[in-house]
Design a protein around this ligand. Structure first.
Ligand code: MRU
Length: 357
């Protein structure tokens, strides 16, 4: 069966091309960005969002911005690189893929600079090459995650799958992470009935996940977040699959706010709970989930979202964008290398070195 995966980012030699996800599902508008402020703003305001996509946008954004300048010396270029890297790194704190991608660009930059004969043109070619590699590797990783995730299902029935937020094509350069097994399965004649939690306050579940699955021809039903328990109790859910923004060394996984509640419900109802993420989402320098920095966003997103005031103007609002699901609630983490069943620090380390454990 054919399916369509949305294109969230495009590689162009002079601009960063992004599908503006804040306009979805109503309008498919591509932004052509080439200034540092517009790229920073696009990440900050979630025009491009989802951990892998943020990393790709920042890496490619570095190249696009540097390529426009003519520096008096490589030292001047190095200073500007450092400043720009710090600027993009300050856009969103939780998704580790942002820092991972910027660090890859840094390593590549330093490698070229270690050659005393290097010219600005050599640096730019290397940065273009590195950002292209990050983009293409992400496509391969999401497909591989899909393959490993698909082994959890078969063709004997229609599988009820719940997801939260958006970890699909829009959040990566390819098939997504949590949605990758569903897209691949759909292509191969598996049957899924997907329940997409709306995901307050920015509605990634209804605006983005439902949009892309619907467009891809998959069966998808939107739920308000507070309906998850009932739907699980009704026996409609066989498995939950979500993405992640950062996975600590012990397997604790940060993902969109509300994810940990879904995991607790899944445990109660004895439903397997899977986290799907590439190895670039692991942060081995962070021992436990409690050490992960959680982004706090403007309260207006909660009480004045999408042009409708739903709370008093002067009321206090708490708006953390992510929460952390304890490793103990995770049945397995699915990566491009295979699965980490019931993750622990030891299993995560071994998996990242060797593959499935
Ligand atoms: O705030 P967002 O929309 O960037 O949050 C995204 C998520 O929480 C996704 O589930 C996560 O980044 C995984 S994307 C493959």
């Amino acid at each position: 069966m054919h399916t369509t995966i949305p294109v969230s980012l495009q590689h162009d030699p002079v601009k960063l091309i992004l599908l503006d996800q804040t306009r979805l599902p109503e309008e498919e508008l591509f932004l052509h960005l080439d200034s540092r402020d517009s790229i920073y703003e696009a990440i900050k305001k979630l025009r491009v969002r989802g951990a892998p996509a943020i990393g790709i946008a920042a890496a490619y954004g570095m190249y696009v911005c540097l390529a426009q300048q003519s520096y008096p010396s490589l030292t001047a270029m190095k200073l500007d690189f450092a400043e720009l890297k710090q600027y993009f790194a300050s856009s969103r704190p939780t998704a580790v893929n942002l820092f991972w991608a910027l660090q890859r660009m840094q390593i590549r930059f330093d490698t070229v600079l270690s050659n005393p004969q290097a010219r600005q043109q050599d640096v730019l070619l290397a940065l273009l090459d590195e950002s292209t590699a990050i983009f293409e590797e992400d496509q391969a990783m999401s497909k591989a995650i899909g393959e490993h995730g698909l082994t959890l299902f078969d063709k004997t029935k229609t599988w009820g799958v719940m997801t939260h937020c958006n970890a699909g094509g829009l959040a990566t350069s390819g098939y997504g992470t949590a949605l990758a097994p569903l897209y691949l399965g759909h292509e191969r004649g598996y049957h899924f009935s997907v329940y997409s939690n709306e995901t307050r306050p920015l509605l990634q579940g209804s605006r983005l996940t439902a949009y892309e699955l619907n467009k891809g021809g998959l069966d998808v039903t939107i739920l308000c977040d507070n309906m998850a328990s009932l739907v699980m109790k009704e026996g409609k859910i066989d498995a939950v699959i979500v993405g992640a923004d950062r996975i600590a060394a012990n397997g604790d996984a940060a993902n969109k706010i509300g994810t940990s509640g879904v995991a607790i419900l899944a445990k109660y109802y004895n439903i397997p709970f899977y986290v799907a993420a590439p190895s670039s989402t692991f942060d081995l320098k962070t021992a436990h989930g409690s050490d992960i920095v959680i982004e706090k966003r403007d309260g207006e997103e909660v009480v004045n979202g999408f042009g409708k005031r739903t709370g008093p103007k002067d009321v206090k609002v708490y708006n953390p964008a992510f929460d952390v699901t304890d490793a103990s609630l995770i049945t397995a983490i699915i990566t491009e290398k295979g699965r980490i069943e019931h993750p622990t620090t030891e299993k995560v380390r071994k998996h990242l070195e060797m593959g499935s454990v």
